[in-house]
Write a protein that binds this ligand. Structure first.
Ligand code: NAI
Ligand code: UGA
Length: 436
């Protein structure tokens, strides 16, 4: 089937690769010319493992192409996916301006029956809103071309985007039209997905926000618990291990740390709380999830500062800048809060990250960017681990101690073994773990 995708970001491009992998012919359009030029040169302008190789393969097989000509792909394909951004407004609400703009273009250019599929994460009711925007454009053209709008939220994780998109654990299709549902089922026919759920568009939209907010809630619950564990001398990592043994709880997303980041959990939790407030409802749990996350890095930094005496004038190394390992994405990364705090405290800051340094340089040009962890740790009074890259968990910490000025490790991801670090002579502080 010929499929158009509007928005060549993480989601648009990985979805495109997954559709091409399953034999569809995919056309991706973006209004960012630089991005499209990069893809046309077979270069992915962000880091996602396996994506560049996959795109190269499918472009060479003529199953995938990139363009800025949105009109052409709208007219050439029966199914059009919207994968544009839906960032937070200052109020916390989702900004639907990119969705609106893309929907207008569809209404302006569509020439025959289309299924418009919203893959972006959007508030409940957006499928109807897109329908209205397209309908208004068609009216202005005095046209009544038929079309359907469908919700098909995306659940992929950055860093594992390719495997998640090719073999998703679930596919949710929110449609009120039998015709559109049949087309959606045809698109996903070759996917080895154990769970395809068809429901209403509004239910599908809510499933996405509820899923992200629930995962964020698990993290904030453990992060809040970590603060109590810290006072009680309990190891939160042991607690999460014990909790996870109950299959009703499970092990995933119980790792305490310095807070969740990324382009989605922070924005989607805020958007859900905001959707409720607009209906005069307050979602106390979701609001608390956000509040714990807002303050978790600060709580950890204050503890670290107490342990060290002061950050002022000290050489502090931040290891890890991305919001999690295996990505170059620094959106809402906890490292940014850490650097901001350290700058205010007049610390001398060195950083290292395998993928995220170029992006952070634009925000903090005045700090020192190093080429490897040991170089970053040289003469450091303390190291703060902000992202659990394997370059840090597998570092030769014995050699690292020799180059550091003082042996303080503040492990914001509980990624190292406290016992091992103590035996190497470090003063180790994790999140919600008793000092040894
Ligand atoms: N990044 C992720 O891991 C996931 C993101 N999502 C959701 O998917 C959506 C997209 O996210 P990302 O891919 O991360 O965003 P992104 O910011 O990486 O990409 C969005 C792209 O849309 C393009 N765009 C915006 N307006 C356009 C228009 N009118 N015409 C053509 N192109 C346009 C932008 O230039 C940009 O390249 C968001 O709603 C996000 O919440 C859902 C699951 C996972
Ligand atoms: O809507 C989205 O964009 C996506 O958001 C998350 O995916 P992602 O943001 O790529 O990353 P996660 O692996 O979920 O991690 C998010 C943050 O939570 C933190 N985290 C995760 C797990 C944990 O136990 N503790 C913890 O602090 C990570 O360090 C990271 O900062 C969801 O996992 C995806 O299912 C969803 O599609």
């Amino acid at each position: 089937m010929k499929i158009a995708i509007i928005g060549a970001g993480y989601v648009g491009t990985t979805t495109a690769a997954a559709f091409a992998h399953h034999g569809h012919e995919v056309f991706v359009a973006d209004n960012n010319q630089e991005k499209i030029k990069a893809f046309q040169r077979l270069k992915v302008p962000f880091y996602e493992d396996g994506l560049e190789e996959a795109l190269k393969e499918f472009i060479q097989k003529n199953l995938l192409s990139f363009t800025t000509d949105i009109k052409q792909i709208i007219q050439g394909c029966e199914v059009i996916f919207l994968a544009v951004g839906t960032p937070s407004l200052t109020t916390g609400e989702a900004d639907l301006s990119y969705i609106k703009e893309a929907a207008k273009e569809i209404g302006r250019y569509m020439n025959d029956y289309k299924v418009i599929v919203i893959k972006s994460t959007v508030p409940v009711g957006t499928v109807n809103y897109v329908q209205e925007v397209i309908q208004d454009e068609l009216k202005a053209r005095k046209s009544n071309i038929p079309f359907d709008t469908v919700s098909n939220p995306e659940f992929l994780r950055e860093g594992k985007a390719m495997e998640d998109a090719i073999d998703p654990e679930r596919i949710v299709i929110g449609s009120d039209s039998e015709r559109a549902e049949t087309i959606m089922r045809t698109i996903y026919k070759e996917f080895r997905c154990p769970n395809i759920m068809c429901t209403s568009p509004k239910n599908a939209e809510m499933i996405k926000y509820a899923s992200n907010s629930f995962l964020a809630a698990k993290i904030s619950f453990m992060n809040e618990l970590a603060r109590l564990c810290d006072v009680l001398g309990v190891d939160v990592a042991e607690v999460s291990k014990g909790m996870g043994l109950d299959s009703r709880i499970g092990h995933q997303f119980l790792q305490a740390g310095i807070g969740y980041g990324g382009s989605c959990f922070p924005k989607d939790t805020k958007a859900l709380a905001q959707i409720a407030l607009q209906r005069n409802l307050s979602l106390g749990i979701v609001e608390a999830v956000c509040a714990v996350n807002e303050t978790q890095a600060q709580w950890f930094l204050e503890k670290a500062e107490n342990a060290l005496g002061s950050f002022s004038g000290k050489q502090i190394t931040v290891l890890g800048l991305t919001f999690k390992p295996d990505t170059d994405d620094i959106r809402e990364a906890s490292s940014l809060k850490i650097i901001d705090y350290l700058v205010k405290k007049k610390a001398l800051i060195s950083v290292f990250d395998p993928k995220g340094m170029e992006h952070v340089k634009k925000l903090f040009p005045g700090i020192s960017y190093k080429t490897d962890p040991l170089q970053a740790l040289t003469n450091a009074d303390a190291a703060i681990i902000a992202t659990e890259w394997k370059q840090f968990t597998e570092l030769d910490w014995k050699s690292a101690k020799k180059v550091m000025a003082q042996p303080y490790i503040f492990d914001g991801r509980n990624s190292l073994d406290p016992e091992v670090m103590k035996n190497l002579g470090y003063v180790y502080m994790g999140v919600g773990r008793p000092p040894l």
